[in-house]
Write a protein that binds this ligand. Sequence first.
Ligand SMILES: Cc1ncc(COP(=O)(O)O)c(C=O)c1O
Length: 396
Amino acid sequence: MEKNIMYDFTTAADRSQTNAEKYTLREKLFGTEDVLPAWVADMDIDTPDFVLESVKKRLEHPIVGYEEFPDSAFEAQIEWMKKHHNVEYKLDEMFYSHSVVASMQVVISAFTEFGDEVIVQTPIYPPFFHAPLQMDRKVLKNPLKQKEDGTYIFDLDDLKSKITDKTKLLLLSSPHNPVGRVWRKEELEALLEICIENNIVIFADEVHCDLVYKSNKHIPFASLKGAKEITITAIGVGKTFNMAGFAASSIVVPKNLQEKFKEAYDSVHFAQGNVLSHVAFEAAYREGSKWIEALLVHLYKNYQMLEELCAKYSDYIKLIPIEGTYLAWLDCKGMHLSDKLLRKWFVQEAKLGLNAGLSFGKEGSGFMRLNFAVPSAKMTQIIKQLENALQRMKQQ
Ligand SMILES: Cc1ncc(COP(=O)(O)O)c(C=O)c1O
């Protein structure tokens, strides 16, 4: 049962003294502890209380031995996906995974062989191109095309011209990290048509599916007509409810692909996940509708603060319009700095720790990615630091 309470995202617990990656890696990544970190894709926002309560309750039982990932948790996820995204997954299609990146690796291993080509649409979350390369597959780069207004679309002509008989798999990011697109049905259908024509399997990474703003609507790839039998989908609680530390997600595999999939999946022993994540996963999906609704309102306000700032300094930074995710894609080419100096500028002048655009592929050159999933107080601080640095730049 969902509680009818107001959620407040103005402040959150301090993570700086915890083992949070976003903070502990500051020195290593930015050469200093003196940066406000806005990089790795988790939130500086408290994981919902109903999730934490479920864990406390579970700990009232003193034995934490092996347990099966419960059907009831998958059922809660299936209900959520039906209610929020109008897609029907079945219990016998759901597999547990501790990591979406690991799920991607299993799918690459199951559906491609050494030397096969995997389609990757850059700029993109780095494991999309690292994973195939680490597994001795070839990356078939199909860069996204940028329109006049800065937003991105698929380049299907480029894709069609590059596909060979070695092209076996497409890794789709939907909604897209880092460019923030929520792909329209027509766009996905056009992509699907090419995959069907060329016998290409799709791995749809849809972990950001619940983080979609305003009138945008996430379309699960597997829900398209003709897509289900060739699509494997990754979804989970990590991004939606800030539960990455629970390491719990699902892989949805249609029946006809399961034999091949299972061979690879079973060979690396995914096991059943940790016991505390089982109850946390279920509680999130059963009780999370009101929370996510409130969170999206908050996140969009943060985005608007950034939008206002970038409009003021548009000669230097252009904010790429966002449709989904809490990751802002900043076009900083107006600053006329090399990628190295751009990164340095953010660290030394703005004292902010962002992801360098270049890490998402060479198409990310001149860009930075800013994670705005922070409480209002911290967002105000981010804006202030960025504005001061931009003001100084303007005066030079
Ligand atoms: C698109 C996308 N996929 C996967 C991941 C990582 O998921 P996991 O931690 O479950 O491997 C991230 C994290 O930033 C992401 O943005």
